[in-house]
Write a protein that binds this ligand. Structure first.
Ligand SMILES: [Zn+2]
Length: 472
């Protein structure tokens, strides 16, 4: 039986109602929404933590974030609905290891120094697994990407080289085999919504868009060719590209369902905080005929899903509208668990939103920084500035043309009117551009930077190129 067959099996289909019922049951024990909420500082002390990160999961392709073209994400939607969903979460960089390192450290990439895939986290940095292990947690990570990165702080670490179901099975076995009394921190990272979108199998060709006639397929050489050769995609091609990507989300959603079912069956979710997020999104031909993510500075790649749930502790089905950042995950978890945060975190605790998710307010700006290039973005009050003062042109993927992704010196977008960032309003709003540039300057001027080039071994460069990443 193939992986997809397994995921589509009657047993898996039967399990969804059980999962949804379990998540609903949790609501019966959750406190009712009240005018004033209890102080959640330290309220989750001793709880387990599950971090479920999904590579290349574009927020606006989940039904929970408004996608209406087709059903892509029932299990992820249920998970997001079982706690608090952040509608506007922002990644600090649209590439995997820099963004995940930010999730694990609460720092922007220049702060932790992982400004490219393949770079190493400094040994002296506190990371979430190190901090939780020091507080008595068992820590385990089961990933299917970034196998060669220098992961730190894990009692158990396994990486499945792209096989999401294998990583999931390892994780569930680890949880079930534990007999320790101490709490655990489990990290699962799934890869199958990443190019070439293999978690979709043949779903796009056989079910989502069966009549398609053309060259697009979920294979790297076909996808690369679009960018290398500057191919103009027709409306039919774009529909099929959407179907290919959506299929990978659907396949990933099924795997998430299996993980949640397994964790539920073992009782592991009862006393657990679950954080679900993506490291970045995907362009899918929305800007500069670019499909992937590594050089994107647009919301297609920077807007990510983020949800935090904790049965009996956090309310269900609530949404936070304010902009938040992935660097806020570490301070938020430490705050809930009652563990003192290390000095110098760039993120802030989102506990006030968890206590009063319906509260109004402007929130804070969100930033991203483009590795070793002086390119930043800032998102504030519904506006987005891309600041590229040296007019640099990022190099997008191994073997791709060097001028594929031109970024203007300043690009300003009104995201409420123009969510796909198609009309640059910088020239007619010089005052707003200046103010937003000043936000960027102030944000980064006093932060300790480890933004230095690292030399990668040749075999690692080769491996990163094979994945489509640019190796410096
Ligand atoms: Zn990634």
């Amino acid at each position: 039986m193939s992986r997809l067959d397994l995921l589509q099996s009657p047993a898996m289909r039967r399990s969804l109602p059980i999962l949804l019922a379990t998540l609903s049951l949790a609501s019966c024990t959750a406190p009712e929404t009240a005018p004033t909420r209890p102080d959640l500082a330290g309220a989750a002390a001793g709880r387990n933590v599950v971090l479920l990160s999904i590579d290349t999961l574009r927020a606006d392709r989940l039904n929970a974030y408004g996608y209406a073209e087709r059903t892509t994400s029932p299990r992820l939607d249920a998970l997001l609905g079982s706690g608090i969903q952040f509608e506007d979460a922002s990644a600090p960089r649209s590439i995997t290891w820099p963004s995940l390192a930010s999730v694990l450290t609460g720092l922007y990439p220049s702060g932790h120094g992982v400004i490219q895939n393949g770079y190493e986290l400094p040994d002296d940095l506190p990371t979430l697994p190190k901090l939780l292990r020091d507080s008595g947690y068992s820590t385990a990570a089961f990933l299917s990407n970034m196998c060669r990165a220098n992961h730190q702080g894990w009692d158990e670490f396994r990486c499945s080289q792209g096989r999401d179901t294998r990583a999931s099975e390892w994780a569930l076995k680890w949880v079930e085999s534990r007999d320790a009394e101490n709490p655990f921190f489990l990290w699962i990272h799934l890869f199958g919504a990443h190019p070439p979108y293999y978690n979709g199998g043949r779903l796009a060709a056989e079910e989502l868009d069966p009549g398609y006639v053309g060259d697009l397929a979920p294979k790297k050489r076909f996808l690369d060719a679009v960018m290398k050769e500057g191919l103009e995609l027709s409306a039919a091609d774009r529909r099929h590209l959407d179907a290919i990507y959506d299929a990978s989300v659907i396949g990933t959603d099924r795997i998430v369902g299996g993980i949640l079912e397994g964790l539920t069956a073992s009782g592991a979710l009862e006393n657990t905080i679950v954080v679900v997020l993506a490291d970045h999104g995907e362009e899918l031909y929305d800007h500069h005929k670019y499909l992937y993510h590594a050089c994107s500075v647009y919301q297609t790649a920077l807007h990510v899903p983020l949800g935090i749930s904790a049965p009996g502790l956090l309310p269900q089905g609530q949404r936070v509208r304010q902009t938040v950042e992935l660097i806020d995950v570490v301070p938020t978890l430490l705050d809930l668990l009652g563990i003192a945060p290390p000095a110098g975190l760039h993120g802030v605790s989102l506990r006030p939103y968890l206590e009063r998710p319906e509260a109004g307010g402007r929130g804070k700006p969100a930033y991203s920084e483009y590795g070793d290039l002086r390119i930043h973005t800032v998102l504030a009050d519904g506006w987005k500035l891309i600041d590229n003062p040296d007019s640099l042109t990022p190099y997008c993927f191994a073997g791709g043309p060097p001028d594929l992704y031109p970024i203007e010196e300043a690009e300003l977008y009104d995201l409420q009117q123009d969510p796909l960032e198609s009309r640059n309003l910088a020239e007619m709003n010089p005052g707003r551009v200046s103010r937003m540039r000043e936000l960027i300057r102030k944000r980064f001027v006093d932060l300790q930077s480890r933004d230095e080039a690292q030399e990668l071994p040749e075999d690692l460069k080769k491996e990163l190129r094979s994945l489509g990443y640019v190796a410096p």
